[in-house]
Design a protein around this ligand. Structure first.
Ligand SMILES: Cc1cc2nc3c(=O)[nH]c(=O)nc-3n(C[C@H](O)[C@H](O)[C@H](O)COP(=O)(O)O)c2cc1C
Length: 260
């Protein structure tokens, strides 16, 4: 019997958070504790000694985001079961789940299940939608179903490791980030500061104007999605091309998969 469920996640635009929560709802195991690393600059120092962990990340270029790896550096576990979740923007999750498995195992978790779910792509816009409004009601139902499957597995055979997770080792090469960041329209911006408050790498400052340090921007687009005036946009030509490619090649709906 699991006494508590720890939700450990990084989720700038909250699609990962939503799915992790719904998996926990389907699993229905004890108290739920959130460890949201999105704005936790110094990371989380904690040893997990009981319960079950659900660890969720967005897929960045087929990998686990580096900022997440930095923020879990001081986490450890003493063999408690863990469920892994990769949220991707309807392109591909590639090596993100195997990388997350390797990290979780190195921290002392016993991985019993893994799932790949779909969320609105960070680069999606109203004119060029990519998996817009996902996770939707169907995704939520599937996340709950995954949670129920995990509960069944725990009842039947709590010690069994997860089945094979798709992905390659060595992982695909990391795409370099940094140098490109969303811009602010000074006509629309009211200097409310929302962009700075939601930025997981703290690169935005708001005074008499909005200043963004592109060097440490991870292009998560939280500032774009949460700006109440729609004053932020990622317009760099490289990103415009990427967005076009995604709309062209990744518009057919993909469905969640899980591995038990
Ligand atoms: C830098 C970056 C790289 C991304 N790479 C991928 C990718 O390789 N495959 C994919 O399907 N989606 C990719 N995405 C989209 C995110 O995985 C997706 O939008 C996810 O739902 C965001 O999670 P969040 O809402 O928890 O922040 C990428 C997003 C960013 C910002």
């Amino acid at each position: 019997m699991i006494s508590r469920t720890h939700l450990i996640y990084f989720s700038p635009t909250k699609t990962t958070k939503k799915i992790v929560e719904q998996i926990a709802a389907g699993l229905n195991s004890g108290d739920i504790e959130h460890y949201d690393l999105t704005l936790m600059e110094t990371g989380l120092g904690k040893q997990f000694v009981d319960g079950l962990a659900i660890i969720g990340i967005p897929v960045y270029a087929g990998r686990v985001p580096e900022v997440f790896l930095e923020r879990i550096q001081n986490i450890s576990a003493i063999g408690i079961p863990a469920v892994l979740v990769a949220l991707y923007g309807n392109r591909a999750f590639e090596d993100a789940l195997v990388e997350l498995r390797d990290v979780a195992v190195s921290k002392g978790f016993a991985v019993i299940a893994a799932g790949a779910f779909i969320g609105e792509h960070s680069y999606s816009t109203s004119q060029q939608p990519i998996a817009a409004n996902r996770p939707d009601a169907t995704d939520v139902q599937k996340a709950k179903e995954f949670g129920r499957d995990i509960a069944k597995k725990l009842q039947e055979n709590s010690g069994k490791a997860t089945a094979e997770i798709p992905g390659d080792v060595p992982y695909k090469q990391r795409a370099p980030l940094g140098g490109i960041a969303p811009e602010t329209s000074s006509e629309l911006c009211t200097l409310c500061g929302t962009c700075a408050n939601v930025c997981p790498t703290f690169v935005i400052s708001v005074d008499s104007e909005v200043i963004t340090n592109a060097d440490n921007c991870i292009m998560c687009c939280a500032c774009v999605k949460y700006c109440p005036e729609k004053a932020r946009a990622l317009k760099h030509p490289m990103l415009e091309a990427r967005r076009e490619m995604l709309v062209k090649n990744c518009s057919i709906r993909k469905e969640p998969n899980w591995f038990l």
